[in-house]
Design a protein. Structure first.
Lengths: 81, 222
């Protein structure tokens, strides 16, 4: 069994109020390392056996059609060992 | 004239939208998200709410509902479609309208009476208003911040496709104070505030929302 991971992030130019709220909460708790925070989504998709190039292409397609909104988000597909 | 009002699982405002259609002078026809038939309606309203629990993104799953395939096809042929709030989000996810609605800039769910200006009264859903008319209708949303790239924004502004703007302070971070837009033909409208809750002064801040529902009759009679 393998796991295909899709990370979806708002495009850099899109305002991320949730990330900003996290960034401003961190120093209140004494964590002073963050210059900025962006919040995204992670999808973990399990498949039987090792993924083929065709399966990964299919996941890429699904990421474009459903998992992300290309108007405001970018995504990255990778296989996790 | 028959105006369909779609109910998805999680839709809230379908009853008010149907009532507004009737008070506006048309017949309201209930459409279910799983319907594979538009029941010979002349126009469609996508009401507000939290269709499919807003899972994934607001409107992202509703877009693939069986009834939406028919709405997309009919809208591309010119059928008038009004998406209010969650309906606006569904229309953006369906690519019937450009841009996207994102989390309110201050993260708060808003619920208040909002002054908006009708800046294009030449559409199927706004022709009852005077150009530049200021109206007060409820605004209630968590993800109502209209976002798009600079090129799309210039296109919307240049082609007169911004149909309504918020007046006063920007309530949710929408670019150019955009409260509503249309598609290129002007038959598909997305509107974040709720005209269907403002058709009677007894229960709403005004009766000015009714103009959207009388407009569609004018558009059909012409």
């Amino acid at each position: 069994m393998a796991k295909i991971v899709v990370d979806v992030m708002l495009k850099p130019e899109i305002l991320d109020p949730q990330g900003n709220a996290v960034a401003s909460a961190l120093p209140r708790l004494g964590f002073n390392f963050a210059k900025s925070v962006r919040q995204g989504k992670r999808f973990e998709i399990e498949i039987e056996g090792e993924p083929t190039a065709a399966q990964i292409a299919e996941v890429e397609k699904a990421a474009e059609v459903l998992l992300s909104n290309p108007v405001i988000e970018n995504f990255v597909v990778r296989v996790e060992k | 004239m028959r105006v369909g009002v779609i109910t998805f699982p999680g839709t809230l405002d379908d009853r008010d939208a149907a009532r507004a259609v009737v008070v506006g002078g048309a017949e309201a026809v209930s459409l279910w998200h799983g319907d594979a038939d538009l029941k010979s309606v002349d126009a469609v309203v996508l009401p507000g709410g939290f269709s499919y629990g807003d899972y994934l993104r607001c409107g992202a799953i509703s877009r693939f509902a069986p009834v939406m395939q028919l709405v997309i096809e009919a809208a591309n042929k010119g059928m008038p479609v009004l998406g209010i709030c969650n309906g606006f989000q569904v229309l953006c996810e369906s690519h019937l309208l450009p841009g996207a609605l994102t989390r309110n800039s201050d993260l708060h769910f808003l619920c208040r009476d909002q002054v908006i200006e009708v800046v294009n009264n030449q559409t199927a859903w706004t022709n009852s208003f005077k150009q530049g008319e200021k109206i007060v209708i409820p605004l209630k949303n968590g993800e109502g911040s209209f976002q798009c790239d600079d090129q799309t924004l210039a296109m919307l502004e240049g082609e007169g496709r911004v149909i309504a703007r918020y007046l006063g302070e920007n309530p949710n971070g929408s670019r150019n104070l955009i409260a509503g837009i249309s598609n290129a033909k002007g038959n598909v409208i997305g509107l974040m505030p709720h005209p269907e809750h403002a058709i009677n002064e007894l229960t709403g801040p005004s009766a000015q929302g009714l103009g959207f529902f009388t407009s569609i009759l004018n558009a059909m009679v012409k």
